[in-house]
Design a protein around this ligand. Structure first.
Ligand code: PEP
Ligand code: MG
Length: 869
């Protein structure tokens, strides 16, 4: 087995063996670009190092020596030589770039003797000693793990002694003094001298890179990003080139296109007479890359050519590092560049136009999670970076919002009516807050998870929301928001980043979304590629319209209880819930029927021929019971039932576990008249819109929270009987579907029998996750965050399907459902329907559609296409 590869032996396809950096250095060497020669110690050598109790096997040491000899040959220099010393850089390079790992050691090979040679050869004593002190500092920090602050203290002390304002003001003599103290520091910490022998320096540095693969930060990063611990890291050893050899040298970082806008022009920065870290460290202000044409006209031409070669070769925008040593250009790194959503979309479309990539590749290059940036307002990047972070919560609904805080829905509404921008701050939201939520720019809650009321409703509206922010204390009665020791009052400004879950102090400038032509083009390519259909969860004509504008192909979930969130309708549904006799209930239902029917008609009109799945009432009762004395008194007035009586009923109805209580189909089993009214509203609306507008409507009626075949059979009988009566009254025929949600683990397990009754399944993964984990959707936000911080959970299961648990229930249900009913329609309407990784899973297990909130429809279209590529 071979453990060390020279740069001329590898290629970009050997990423898993050579790491990203090593593979690209090899590729650049292979295509004839000027890369300082070197070699890569493989990821397998790293794994072997761990297998053998953190020692480097003799055969690997031998191979490294062989490659060092080759490097000496190629460069004509010698390691540790006092006439022409070879100096190298040592860099880590894992398959995926990983923050937290050892990064770089430069100038390795310097010692008390070679530093003198370097000084003579370059005729620059200051440069030589500065390189040496940088080397001791980096080596001491990353290999010997001596606190960086100790080195900084010595360096700053010397600056003070010499009266130097900047690092560059230190003379060679000053730097020599620094080196003496650095070496004393090493002796004190390590009990041994700083290693003078370059071979020893090299082996220690290589082992330090291997060790950094398993430091705490790197382990945690892998856990959180689902990267295997078994990959290991490679180590790149490369001949040094110097950008700090005077005014004919320099160093820089550049992109082949503009990573912010996508503009097709070189973009980047460079510094004359500097080493790589100076650009990143921000000590000196770099110049725009274009000015290199003035400082180094020939080199610049060469660089332009190489950038073009690299981009055409990799067929993607590159992010490159380079150094100029005495007017000669060297490439030190190239990789696919990170980019904003705007830039990603423009570059993808441009590159298809340039015949560089296919439409499939273009679509696969778009990060679906980034698409959000294009659909919502965002903060001005610079303003956000400068803003003060007050607290962090869950990124419940993306976008940016800035405004004055208000603590009740009506205060927020009133403020907005006065022309202000409001942020609604609540302990948690409830249906009564809807109007305030609609009016506010954004919503902040102290409690609740990713599928809490605030989060679900805010996402549905495309409104920015930070939920479950446990670092804040909200007093709704005092109208105060307390964060740490600071108290914010009504009218104070805060800003929310709902994509990151951050609360900022004060006002931050926002930028409106732009729907460019390129965005539409990429979306149309995604539609050509994908096989999964994308529907939306929408409960009213406004959301339905938004969904269609974003490309939804139907409605996968219309939550009928949400239609009653509006203020004037809440009393009617409360009356229905609190009715004590069937007669009272029927009277209340009669009031609800016209609301429902007109809403359904309006939705059908927006959706035209597209399918619409309407779910029967599923109100967790606690969301609808009167919460305050005022509510109860108002209801007493409206219904004529006494306040005392209503309070008593409310108490009787209140449940310990409302989410596991009298909700879903259980309501329709015990009160069939509710299902009858809703079925009537659905069918009458469908028949009338079909007659009036000629749309081909096939109503899909969905029964929620089913756990048993007998349960769905019971409700289905009520629904079918009502449909028969209704159609008879109109004297027409109409196709329809009756199906169920799979939200209870028992339903997933017995899906084969449930499919005898159900013509479609829609996975309600919010409840399915809640019941599979036994994690309350509304209470576990804070705990899940801690689980993730500790690495117990890699992802929030309410955000991304837990494939191992919830996912295997889904797979089982799909198989069983299809066995019973081969043409069964399969979809998902839990919040996961808008999550790219979950969408990929849904594609894999053979669902026909995903349904998500309107603002996630474009994300889902891209993710569905990527799943099919
Ligand atoms: C679900 O449980 O996944 C679902 C879509 O229903 P709801 O969120 O309304 O409970
Ligand atoms: Mg549910």
């Amino acid at each position: 087995m071979k453990f060390v590869y020279s740069f001329n032996e590898g290629s970009k396809d050997m990423r898993s063996l050579l790491g990203g950096k090593g593979a690209n250095l090899a590729e650049m060497t292979k295509i004839g670009l000027p890369v300082p020669f070197g070699f890569t110690v493989t990821t397998e050598a790293c794994n072997k190092y761990y297998e053998e109790n953190k020692t480097i096997a003799d055969e690997i040491v031998d191979e490294i020596h062989e490659k060092m000899a080759e490097l000496e040959n190629v460069t004509g220099k010698k390691f540790g030589d006092t006439e022409n010393p070879l100096l190298v850089s040592v860099r880590s390079g894992s398959v995926f770039s990983m923050p937290g790992m050892m990064d770089t050691i430069l100038n390795l090979g310097l010692n008390d003797e070679t530093v003198i040679t370097l000084s003579n050869l370059t005729d620059n004593e200051r440069f030589a000693y500065d390189s040496y002190r940088r080397f001791i500092q980096m080596f001491g920090d990353v290999v010997m793990e001596i606190p960086k602050s100790e080195f900084d203290a010595i360096f700053d002390g010397q600056k003070e002694k010499a009266g130097a304002e900047f690092d560059v003001d230190l003379t060679a003599e000053d730097l020599k003094a620094v080196i003496v103290e650095y070496k004393a520091l090493v002796k004190k910490f390590m009990g041994r001298e700083f290693p003078q022998e370059p071979g020893e320096q090299l082996m220690e540095a290589i082992q330090a890179v291997f060790r950094s693969w398993n430091n705490d930060r790197a382990i945690l990063y892998r856990k959180l990003n689902n990267i295997s611990d078994k990959l290991g890291t490679a180590v790149n050893v490369q001949a040094m080139v110097f950008g700090n050899m005077g005014d004919t040298s320099g160093t820089g970082v550049a992109f082949t296109r503009n990573p912010a806008t996508g503009e097709n022009a070189l973009f980047g920065e460079f510094l004359v007479n500097a080493q790589g870290e100076d650009v990143v460290a921000g000590i000196r202000t770099p110049k725009p890359i274009k000015e290199m044409a003035v400082s180094f006209p020939d080199v610049y031409k060469d660089f332009e050519r190489i950038a073009d070669v690299l981009e055409k070769h990799y067929k993607d925008m590159q992010d490159m590092e380079f150094t100029v040593e005495r007017n000669k250009l060297y490439m030190l790194q190239t990789r696919a560049a990170k980019r904003t959503a705007v830039s990603a979309v423009k570059i993808a479309v441009d590159m298809v136009g340039e015949d560089l990539i296919s439409k499939e590749t273009a679509v696969s290059r778009i990060d679906p999670n980034q698409i959000d940036q294009l659909l919502h307002p965002n903060f001005d990047e610079k303003a956000e970076a400068e803003a003060e972070v007050l607290a962090k919560g869950l990124p419940a609904s993306p976008g940016a919002a800035t405004g004055r805080i208000y603590f009740t829905a009506s205060d927020a509404e009133a403020a907005v009516a006065n022309g202000e921008k409001a942020i609604l701050v609540r302990q948690e939201t409830s249906p009564e807050d809807l109007a305030g939520m609609v009016a506010a720019e954004g919503i902040l809650t102290a409690r609740g998870g990713m599928t809490s009321h605030a989060a679900v409703v805010a996402r549905g509206m495309g409104k920015c929301c930070v939920a479950g922010c446990s670092e804040i204390a909200v007093s709704e009665s005092e109208k105060t928001l307390t964060i740490k020791d600071d108290v914010y009052k009504e009218g104070d400004y805060v800003s929310l980043n709902g994509s990151k879950g951050i609360v900022y102090k004060g006002e931050i400038k926002t930028v409106a979304p732009e729907f460019s032509g390129d965005f539409g083009t990429v979306m149309s390519w995604a539609d050509e590629i994908r096989s999964l259909k994308v529907r939306a969860n929408a409960d009213n004509p406004r959301d339905a319209k938004q969904a269609v504008e974003f490309g939804a192909q139907g409605i996968g979930l219309c939550r009928t209880e949400h239609m009653f969130f509006e203020e004037e309708r809440i009393p009617a549904i409360r009356q229905m819930i609190m009715a004590e006799t069937e007669e009272e209930r029927r009277a209340a239902l009669a009031k609800l029927l016209p609301f429902q029917k007109s809403d359904f008609k309006a939705i059908y009109e927006v959706m035209e021929d597209k399918p619409v799945t309407i779910r029967l009432l599923d109100p967790p009762l606690h969301e609808f019971l009167p919460h305050t004395e005022e509510d109860t008194r108002e209801l007493a007035e409206q219904t004529g039932i006494s306040y005392a009586k209503l309070s008593q009923i409310a108490e009787e109805l209140s449940e310990f576990n409302p989410m596991l209580g009298h909700r879903g189909c259980r309501l329709a089993v015990t009160y069939p008249e509710i299902a009858e009214m809703q079925t009537r509203a659905i069918i009458e609306a469908a028949v009338e819109v079909k007659q009036e507008k000629g749309f081909d409507i096939i109503p899909e009626i969905m029964i929620p929270l089913v756990g048993m075949e007998s349960e769905i059979a019971d409700v289905k009988a009520t629904v079918e009987k009502t449909i028969g009566t209704c159609l008879g009254e109109y004297g027409v025929e109409m196709e329809y579907l009756i199906g169920t949600m799979i939200e209870v683990p028992r339903a997933a397990l017995t899906a084969g029998s449930i499919a005898k009754e159900a013509e479609f399944f829609s996975f309600g993964t919010n409840d399915l996750t809640q019941m599979t984990f036994g994690f309350s959707r509304d209470d576990t936000g804070k705990m899940i965050k801690e689980y993730m911080d500790k690495g117990i959970l890699a992802d929030d299961p309410f955000q991304t399907i837990d494939q191992e648990g919830v996912g295997s229930l889904m797979e089982h249900a799909v198989k069983q459902g299809k066995q019973t009913r081969p043409n069964i329609k399969l979809g998902i309407c839990g919040e996961h329907g808008g999550d790219p990784r979950s969408i990929e899973f849904c594609h894999k297990i053979g669902l026909h559609y995903v349904s998500c909130s309107p603002f996630r429809v474009p994300i889902a279209r891209i993710a569905a296409a990527q799943a099919a590529i």
